[in-house]
Design a binder for this molecule. Sequence first.
Ligand code: PEP
Length: 251
Amino acid sequence: MTQRPSQSRTRLVMGNWKMNGSLLANAALLQALVAGASRARGAQLAVCAPFPYLPQLQELLAGSLISWGAQDVSVHEQGAYTGEVSGSMLRDFACTWVLCGHSERRAMHGESSSLVAAKTSAALALGLAPVVCVGETLADRDAGRVEQVIAEQLEPILGLGAAALNKLVLAYEPVWAIGTGRTASPEQAQAVHGFIRSALTRSEAGQTRILYGGSVKAANAAALFSQPDIDGALVGGASLVADEFLNIAAA
Ligand code: PEP
Protein backbone atom coordinates (compact mmCIF):
# COMPACT_ATOMS: atom_id res chain seq x y z
CA MET A 1 0.00 0.00 0.00
CA THR A 2 1.58 3.29 -1.08
CA GLN A 3 1.19 6.17 1.35
CA ARG A 4 1.80 9.81 0.59
CA PRO A 5 4.26 11.54 2.95
CA SER A 6 2.24 12.91 5.82
CA GLN A 7 2.72 15.14 8.81
CA SER A 8 3.26 12.03 10.88
CA ARG A 9 6.35 11.18 8.79
CA THR A 10 8.68 14.12 9.29
CA ARG A 11 11.44 13.99 6.71
CA LEU A 12 14.84 12.94 7.98
CA VAL A 13 18.18 13.66 6.33
CA MET A 14 20.97 11.76 8.04
CA GLY A 15 24.69 11.89 7.32
CA ASN A 16 26.81 8.76 7.62
CA TRP A 17 30.40 9.92 7.89
CA LYS A 18 31.66 6.33 7.67
CA MET A 19 35.34 6.16 8.77
CA ASN A 20 36.09 9.78 7.91
CA GLY A 21 36.91 12.85 9.97
CA SER A 22 39.37 14.44 12.36
CA LEU A 23 38.76 16.70 15.34
CA LEU A 24 39.77 19.72 13.27
CA ALA A 25 37.77 18.87 10.14
CA ASN A 26 34.71 17.82 12.16
CA ALA A 27 34.66 21.09 14.09
CA ALA A 28 34.49 23.13 10.88
CA LEU A 29 31.86 20.82 9.36
CA LEU A 30 29.67 20.77 12.48
CA GLN A 31 29.85 24.53 12.95
CA ALA A 32 28.77 25.05 9.35
CA LEU A 33 25.92 22.55 9.76
CA VAL A 34 24.66 24.21 12.93
CA ALA A 35 24.82 27.63 11.29
CA GLY A 36 22.86 26.40 8.24
CA ALA A 37 20.45 23.94 9.88
CA SER A 38 17.41 26.19 9.41
CA ARG A 39 17.78 25.61 5.64
CA ALA A 40 16.32 22.12 6.23
CA ARG A 41 12.84 23.72 6.29
CA GLY A 42 11.32 21.38 8.86
CA ALA A 43 13.20 18.24 7.91
CA GLN A 44 15.09 16.61 10.77
CA LEU A 45 18.87 16.61 10.42
CA ALA A 46 21.20 14.05 11.96
CA VAL A 47 24.81 12.92 11.76
CA CYS A 48 26.26 9.45 12.47
CA ALA A 49 29.97 9.65 13.23
CA PRO A 50 32.76 7.24 14.20
CA PHE A 51 32.66 6.35 17.92
CA PRO A 52 35.64 8.49 19.05
CA TYR A 53 33.95 11.65 17.80
CA LEU A 54 30.70 11.21 19.74
CA PRO A 55 31.85 13.51 22.60
CA GLN A 56 32.66 16.16 19.99
CA LEU A 57 29.20 15.80 18.46
CA GLN A 58 27.65 16.08 21.89
CA GLU A 59 29.65 19.21 22.63
CA LEU A 60 29.03 20.97 19.32
CA LEU A 61 25.49 19.83 18.49
CA ALA A 62 23.78 19.92 21.91
CA GLY A 63 20.97 22.46 21.79
CA SER A 64 21.09 22.69 17.97
CA LEU A 65 18.58 21.46 15.39
CA ILE A 66 20.85 18.50 14.60
CA SER A 67 20.74 15.17 16.43
CA TRP A 68 23.52 12.58 16.32
CA GLY A 69 24.28 8.91 16.53
CA ALA A 70 26.70 6.06 15.85
CA GLN A 71 27.24 3.68 12.96
CA ASP A 72 27.02 0.38 14.83
CA VAL A 73 26.13 -1.07 18.23
CA SER A 74 26.89 -4.29 20.06
CA VAL A 75 24.16 -6.78 20.92
CA HIS A 76 25.84 -7.13 24.33
CA GLU A 77 25.40 -4.87 27.35
CA GLN A 78 28.98 -5.14 28.67
CA GLY A 79 31.80 -7.60 29.22
CA ALA A 80 34.53 -9.42 27.33
CA TYR A 81 33.72 -8.16 23.82
CA THR A 82 36.93 -6.45 22.71
CA GLY A 83 36.33 -3.67 20.23
CA GLU A 84 32.56 -3.58 20.71
CA VAL A 85 30.56 -0.56 21.88
CA SER A 86 27.29 -1.00 23.76
CA GLY A 87 24.08 0.93 23.45
CA SER A 88 24.43 2.29 26.97
CA MET A 89 27.83 3.73 26.01
CA LEU A 90 26.13 5.48 23.09
CA ARG A 91 23.52 6.81 25.49
CA ASP A 92 26.33 8.23 27.65
CA PHE A 93 27.07 10.56 24.72
CA ALA A 94 23.39 11.41 24.22
CA CYS A 95 23.08 9.58 20.91
CA THR A 96 19.60 9.49 19.45
CA TRP A 97 20.38 7.21 16.49
CA VAL A 98 22.35 4.15 15.55
CA LEU A 99 22.78 2.59 12.11
CA CYS A 100 22.10 -1.15 12.08
CA GLY A 101 23.05 -3.42 9.20
CA HIS A 102 24.71 -0.91 6.90
CA SER A 103 25.73 -2.85 3.77
CA GLU A 104 29.40 -2.21 4.53
CA ARG A 105 28.98 -4.02 7.84
CA ARG A 106 26.95 -6.81 6.26
CA ALA A 107 29.60 -7.28 3.54
CA MET A 108 32.86 -6.59 5.41
CA HIS A 109 31.94 -7.88 8.86
CA GLY A 110 29.64 -10.72 7.90
CA GLU A 111 26.61 -9.29 9.70
CA SER A 112 23.60 -11.50 9.06
CA SER A 113 20.02 -10.24 9.03
CA SER A 114 19.36 -11.99 12.33
CA LEU A 115 22.37 -10.25 13.93
CA VAL A 116 21.12 -6.94 12.53
CA ALA A 117 17.73 -7.62 14.14
CA ALA A 118 19.43 -8.46 17.45
CA LYS A 119 21.38 -5.18 17.29
CA THR A 120 18.16 -3.34 16.46
CA SER A 121 16.45 -4.91 19.43
CA ALA A 122 19.39 -4.12 21.77
CA ALA A 123 19.37 -0.49 20.59
CA LEU A 124 15.62 -0.15 21.10
CA ALA A 125 15.86 -1.62 24.60
CA LEU A 126 18.22 1.23 25.52
CA GLY A 127 16.05 3.95 24.03
CA LEU A 128 18.11 4.46 20.88
CA ALA A 129 16.39 4.85 17.51
CA PRO A 130 17.85 2.33 15.05
CA VAL A 131 18.13 3.11 11.35
CA VAL A 132 17.98 -0.34 9.78
CA CYS A 133 19.58 -0.59 6.35
CA VAL A 134 18.54 -3.03 3.64
CA GLY A 135 19.52 -3.26 0.00
CA GLU A 136 20.38 -5.58 -2.83
CA THR A 137 23.64 -6.02 -4.74
CA LEU A 138 23.90 -5.46 -8.48
CA ALA A 139 24.04 -9.24 -8.99
CA ASP A 140 20.74 -9.56 -7.05
CA ARG A 141 19.17 -6.85 -9.20
CA ASP A 142 20.42 -8.35 -12.45
CA ALA A 143 19.05 -11.72 -11.36
CA GLY A 144 15.61 -10.20 -10.68
CA ARG A 145 15.94 -10.94 -6.97
CA VAL A 146 15.43 -7.43 -5.53
CA GLU A 147 12.17 -8.09 -3.68
CA GLN A 148 13.29 -11.51 -2.47
CA VAL A 149 16.52 -10.10 -0.98
CA ILE A 150 14.78 -7.13 0.63
CA ALA A 151 12.08 -9.41 2.06
CA GLU A 152 14.73 -11.74 3.53
CA GLN A 153 16.59 -8.82 5.12
CA LEU A 154 13.37 -7.34 6.48
CA GLU A 155 11.88 -10.54 7.86
CA PRO A 156 13.66 -10.60 11.27
CA ILE A 157 13.05 -6.88 11.66
CA LEU A 158 9.32 -7.26 11.02
CA GLY A 159 9.41 -10.06 13.59
CA LEU A 160 10.33 -7.50 16.26
CA GLY A 161 6.70 -6.34 16.21
CA ALA A 162 4.73 -3.15 15.92
CA ALA A 163 6.18 -1.43 18.99
CA ALA A 164 9.66 -1.75 17.48
CA LEU A 165 8.56 -0.82 13.97
CA ASN A 166 6.99 2.37 15.26
CA LYS A 167 10.28 3.52 16.78
CA LEU A 168 12.84 2.59 14.13
CA VAL A 169 13.61 4.03 10.73
CA LEU A 170 14.25 1.88 7.65
CA ALA A 171 16.76 2.80 4.96
CA TYR A 172 16.76 1.33 1.47
CA GLU A 173 20.32 1.47 0.17
CA PRO A 174 20.99 -0.46 -3.03
CA VAL A 175 24.57 -1.67 -2.60
CA TRP A 176 25.38 -0.83 -6.23
CA ALA A 177 24.55 2.84 -5.59
CA ILE A 178 26.60 3.34 -2.41
CA GLY A 179 29.72 5.39 -2.95
CA THR A 180 29.62 4.66 -6.68
CA GLY A 181 28.14 7.91 -7.94
CA ARG A 182 25.38 5.75 -9.46
CA THR A 183 21.99 6.61 -7.94
CA ALA A 184 18.85 4.53 -8.29
CA SER A 185 16.41 6.48 -10.44
CA PRO A 186 13.53 7.99 -8.45
CA GLU A 187 11.25 5.37 -10.01
CA GLN A 188 13.59 2.47 -9.13
CA ALA A 189 13.88 3.75 -5.57
CA GLN A 190 10.13 4.34 -5.24
CA ALA A 191 9.38 0.82 -6.47
CA VAL A 192 11.42 -0.70 -3.64
CA HIS A 193 10.20 1.81 -1.04
CA GLY A 194 6.63 0.95 -2.03
CA PHE A 195 7.45 -2.75 -1.72
CA ILE A 196 8.96 -2.21 1.75
CA ARG A 197 5.94 -0.18 2.87
CA SER A 198 3.60 -2.86 1.59
CA ALA A 199 5.36 -5.35 3.88
CA LEU A 200 4.34 -3.29 6.91
CA THR A 201 0.99 -3.40 8.64
CA ARG A 202 -1.39 -0.55 7.93
CA SER A 203 -0.50 1.48 11.04
CA GLU A 204 3.24 0.85 10.66
CA ALA A 205 3.04 1.79 6.98
CA GLY A 206 1.58 5.16 7.79
CA GLN A 207 4.16 5.94 10.43
CA THR A 208 7.48 4.25 9.60
CA ARG A 209 9.99 6.41 7.80
CA ILE A 210 11.87 4.85 4.92
CA LEU A 211 15.00 6.72 3.84
CA TYR A 212 16.79 6.30 0.53
CA GLY A 213 20.58 6.03 0.46
CA GLY A 214 23.05 5.66 -2.37
CA SER A 215 25.00 8.57 -3.90
CA VAL A 216 22.39 11.14 -2.86
CA LYS A 217 23.52 14.67 -3.72
CA ALA A 218 21.90 18.07 -3.96
CA ALA A 219 21.40 17.51 -7.70
CA ASN A 220 19.26 14.38 -7.32
CA ALA A 221 17.67 14.88 -3.89
CA ALA A 222 14.54 16.78 -4.95
CA ALA A 223 13.56 14.14 -7.53
CA LEU A 224 14.03 11.35 -4.98
CA PHE A 225 12.12 13.24 -2.27
CA SER A 226 9.19 13.81 -4.63
CA GLN A 227 8.43 10.09 -4.51
CA PRO A 228 5.54 9.23 -2.19
CA ASP A 229 7.30 6.56 -0.15
CA ILE A 230 10.71 8.25 0.24
CA ASP A 231 10.82 10.02 3.58
CA GLY A 232 14.35 11.38 3.47
CA ALA A 233 17.90 10.27 2.86
CA LEU A 234 20.86 8.51 4.38
CA VAL A 235 23.81 10.38 2.91
CA GLY A 236 27.40 9.13 2.86
CA GLY A 237 30.01 11.04 0.88
CA ALA A 238 27.95 14.19 0.42
CA SER A 239 27.45 14.51 4.19
CA LEU A 240 31.13 15.44 4.56
CA VAL A 241 30.56 18.74 2.71
CA ALA A 242 28.39 21.09 4.75
CA ASP A 243 26.90 23.02 1.86
CA GLU A 244 26.07 19.88 -0.14
CA PHE A 245 24.45 18.22 2.89
CA LEU A 246 22.40 21.32 3.68
CA ASN A 247 21.35 21.64 0.03
CA ILE A 248 20.11 18.03 0.16
CA ALA A 249 18.14 18.86 3.31
CA ALA A 250 16.76 22.01 1.68
CA ALA A 251 15.49 19.91 -1.23
C1 PEP B 1 25.95 5.38 2.91
O1 PEP B 1 27.09 5.23 3.34
O2 PEP B 1 25.00 5.01 3.60
C2 PEP B 1 25.76 5.99 1.59
C3 PEP B 1 24.57 6.06 1.09
O3 PEP B 1 26.90 6.45 0.95
P1 PEP B 1 26.95 7.40 -0.35
O4 PEP B 1 25.95 8.50 -0.15
O5 PEP B 1 28.37 7.91 -0.38
O6 PEP B 1 26.61 6.55 -1.52
